[in-house]
Design a binder for this molecule. Structure first.
Ligand SMILES: [Zn+2]
Length: 301
């Protein structure tokens, strides 16, 4: 996910464990901020939605931005470190965060292999959360969607007294969403390393995707939206054809879904290179941690 720094452990008698090179958090934060800007540039996030990353030096914590529109996150001071255990900030004086950070904390708690989470309200994807039409893998760039994309209905998890504003505003609701990423939802936390599903829809709300790195999480979020747009176009064409037969659309087979994503996930540096160049070239975005950002700082809009 990130390039290791040359910083070594400060232990005077290094053990094999302490000889491990600590990840450079500035590099991690640079990638996280670029990811936020890419997701905004592609319309996956607007003023809402978020991406997080597990702390590579302490897996019991994670980072995400303070309560700020994704396009306006610019520096490490805009980021807050939270505990996986309860989504509480490490620094009690940290700036205010997102109500829905329990999405992230409970996913990191349930799946130790997950290192990045994106939550989006993509308008192309949301119709598949309440129309009864399942979102399927239509293209080779979205094989990670698999055979089916679960649709999480928060209504089934409400208890008396809950604020029914659809938001994932508690550990209990976050854990219920995280369980949807398992084929067997009855499994307790952290008994599976890997999630069975890369994407879960959220009824009348959006979707969440999980990955082992920021770059893959961003790629999955972008292509979940692209796949939804293509499927909608195909359904529109099919339904507008007076001579259509009643055959369903053709989707990727199970094997095609697995094999295409095995291939395409290994190419994430290509879209990342393009997307990071696009946001670097736009005056809207500032990433003060990006060593390649050569433009003078533009005023925040
Ligand atoms: Zn949301």
């Amino acid at each position: 996910m990130t390039a290791p720094s040359s910083k070594q452990s400060t232990s005077s008698q290094p053990s094999p464990a302490t000889e491990m090179v600590a990840a450079d958090l500035t590099t991690v934060f640079n990638t996280l901020i670029t990811g936020l800007h890419i997701l905004h540039y592609n319309g996956v996030l607007d003023a809402y939605g978020h991406i997080s990353v597990r702390n590579p030096n302490d897996g019991s914590n994670f980072f995400m931005s303070r309560n700020l529109a994704p396009a306006l996150v610019a520096n490490s001071s805009d980021l807050v470190e939270y505990r996986v255990e309860d989504a509480a900030p490490i620094d009690p004086n940290a700036p205010g965060g997102f109500l829905e950070r329990y999405i992230h904390s409970e996913l990191y708690k349930r799946f130790p292999s997950i290192n990045s989470v994106v939550h989006s309200h993509s308008p192309q994807v949301v119709p598949y959360t309440f129309s009864g039409v399942p979102l399927r893998s239509c293209i080779h760039m979205a094989g990670f969607l698999g055979d089916e994309v679960p649709n999480f209905d928060i209504t089934a998890h409400y208890e008396p007294g809950d604020n029914q504003d659809i938001l994932i505003r508690s550990q209990r609701l976050g854990a219920a969403l995280a369980a949807e990423f398992s084929s067997d939802r009855s499994l307790p936390n952290a008994t599976q390393t890997e999630a069975d599903h890369a994407v879960v829809l959220m009824q009348n709300h959006g979707f969440t995707t999980v990955a082992s790195s920021i770059k893959l999480a961003v790629m999955q979020a972008v292509y979940t939206q692209v796949n939804a747009g293509i499927q909608t176009t195909a359904l529109t064409i099919q339904n507008s054809n007076p001579n259509r037969n009643q055959q369903d659309l053709s989707f990727l087979s199970s094997q095609q879904a697995v094999k295409t994503w095995t291939t395409m996930s290994g190419t994430s540096d290509r879209p990342w290179g393009l997307w990071s160049h696009e946001v670097r070239s736009s005056n809207l975005y500032q990433n003060l941690l990006d060593p390649d950002q050569t433009q003078p700082a533009a005023p925040l809009l």
